[in-house]
Design a protein around this ligand. Structure first.
Ligand code: ATP
Ligand code: MG
Length: 502
């Protein structure tokens, strides 16, 4: 037998839109993270059955942590899909409660099932051409690495590890492996029950009811967001709901700045934005003429390799752009410089605790708008002015508390998911100090806290803001406000009845 063609034209009707493009995705890792009932498992069974019918030389291996759960879950699911599609005559599926778990297709392809607790059986299986790890949050990183190694070698068709799971813990290895940095050769897809048009209404109602009965279940199974078990300094429900809202929105653009430089400085005329999906800078709100912006930065140090920067629109407080990069201090200084220039020569305040290099560069380049702090000279006791932000015993808790307030009152100002995710792993340690949990980061969060702290040294822009705080505008009105020509904006505020006419 050679291949059999299933009618692929029907697949769009049989598949939630979210997953449909993944039928043709050949990445080595296909990672489906999501809430309950979002259609992850059924989609993977459909992809397996499609490949079983359209390709040859296959030996799929379907895994869960515990062997005795296989029959009722993954085996039953694949069988259901085969019957739902009416292609059961092309498959041999053993019947009976104790039959061997093994499905074959008339073209010779097979599907094997194993539990990771059945070490002997696993050892005996060879020549696997693709794998599905169901409920992967149950398995250890060691098990995953072993499987990854075993799935090397040549094969007629592309080899894929399909991984499905609920995000039960924000500290899980799956997050570090596939989400914290973009892994080459991996596609990730986030889904919730809202993406699954086939889910019965009563199942939806169960998921939604968690909102009032169990915040943790709500987060993981309804929103499909990483679960947070311990106590966090930032309000986790507010942060998670904001992340869930942002998941289905794309940033305006991602990339970096191109620049030429001579021996001493970046040449202003050469600065150019370059789109690049792997770029270090993400832009959420583009620069607008005549508006005041603030750029705050956190430099690498004390167990972290990341340099970060945030632009906020100082009139609204909206987080407009984020820079995050590793190691390279020189490029960091230059990218920050370009970013500041791009946003109307923003006020710049970079933390000087660990490295003064970026700030010294800004001084050397005669950057005109640097944040100034006052320090008391230990010898003369006179107050002196210095550039840069110093995070100290008093300023650190202060800027964190300030950011917590912003999150509680105006979380809509924060647009960057990685920054928000850091808030979910930011906790008090046993000495009462607020810090990132083991293995997590806080560079974005601290950078943003600095940015909000230094904004008083920048103008707040429009004189209208003295009468009306624009951050109180609902999001849709705020967009209309900024899209209107500058001279029409005061008129809009009057029209909406937010400031008195006259
Ligand atoms: N393509 C489909 N065709 C028909 N029904 C579907 C399809 N996808 C999902 N369903 C229905 O939606 C239900 C939930 O889908 P599925 O089990 O794949 O979700 P899941 O994301 O794996 O959920 P969990 O995280 O709880 O395991 C299924 O039991 C089935 O009733
Ligand atoms: Mg499932």
């Amino acid at each position: 037998m050679t291949t059999i063609d299933v009618d692929l034209t029907e697949l769009p009707n049989l598949t939630p839109q979210k997953f449909y493009p993944l039928y043709w995705n050949e990445s080595r890792y296909m990672v489906l993270m999501g809430g309950g009932g979002s259609g992850k498992s059924v989609f993977i069974t459909q992809k397996i059955v499609t490949r079983m019918l359209n390709e040859t030389g296959h030996r799929f291996l379907v895994l869960r942590k515990v062997a005795k759960t296989l029959r009722e879950s993954v085996f039953a699911e694949i069988k259901k899909t085969i019957y739902r599609w009416g292609v059961q005559d092309l498959f041999t599926i053993p019947k009976g409660a104790t039959s061997e778990l093994h499905i074959t297709c008339v073209n010779g392809n097979e599907i094997l099932f194993a539990g990771l607790d059945d070490v002997e059986k696993l050892k005996s299986i060879s020549g696997v051409t693709s794998v599905w790890i169901e409920e992967a949050s149950e398995i250890s990183t060691e098990d995953y690495r072993q499987l990854d190694i075993r799935m090397r070698g040549k094969s007629r068709n592309y080899k894929q590890m399909m991984i499905s799971f609920n995000p039960i813990d924000i500290n899980h290895w799956l997050k570090k492996e596939f989400f914290d940095q973009k892994k080459p050769n991996a596609v990730t897809k986030h889904s919730t029950y809202l993406d699954n048009p086939f889910l019965p209404d009563e199942d939806k109602a169960v998921l939604e009811a968690f909102k009032h009965s169990d915040p943790y279940f709500y987060q993981v199974y309804c929103l499909g967001e990483w679960g947070v078990l311990g106590k966090t300094i930032f309000p986790k429900q507010i942060v998670s709901e904001r992340i869930a809202y942002l998941r289905n929105r794309q940033p305006l653009k991602r990339g970096y700045f191109y620049y030429d430089h001579d021996d001493t400085k970046v040449l202003d005329e050469s600065i150019k934005w370059v789109d690049d999906s792997a770029g270090a800078i993400t832009i959420y709100e583009d620069t607008k003429p005549n508006l005041p912006y603030v750029l705050g930065g956190d430099t690498a140090g004390e167990g972290s390799d990341n340099f970060t920067g945030h632009i906020i629109n100082n009139t609204t407080g909206n987080q407009a752009a984020v820079l995050k990069q590793q190691y390279d201090e020189i490029d960091y200084a230059r990218q920050m410089y370009c970013l500041a220039k791009y946003y109307n020569t923003a006020l710049v305040g970079i933390e000087v605790n660990f490295s003064t290099y970026p700030l010294r560069k800004f001084e050397e380049w005669k950057y005109p708008k640097l944040y100034v702090r006052e320090v008391q000279d230990s010898y003369t006791h006179k107050l002196e002015k210095r550039f840069g932000f110093l995070t100290g015993k008093i300023t650190r808790p202060l800027i964190i508390a300030n950011l917590v307030t912003i999150v509680k009152e105006s979380v809509h100002l924060i647009n960057d998911i990685p920054t928000l995710e850091e808030m979910l792993t930011f906790v008090k340690n046993e000495n009462g100090r607020a810090e990132a949990q083991d293995g997590a980061h806080d560079d974005l969060l601290m950078g943003l806290a600095i940015t909000y702290q230094i904004r008083d040294q920048q103008s707040y822009g429009h004189e209208m803001t003295e009468k009306f705080d624009l951050s109180k505008l609902p999001e849709d009105l705020r967009e209309d406000y900024w899209n209107a020509p500058a001279d029409k904006r005061p008129y809009l505020l009057k029209k909406w009845g937010l400031v008195k006419a006259g």
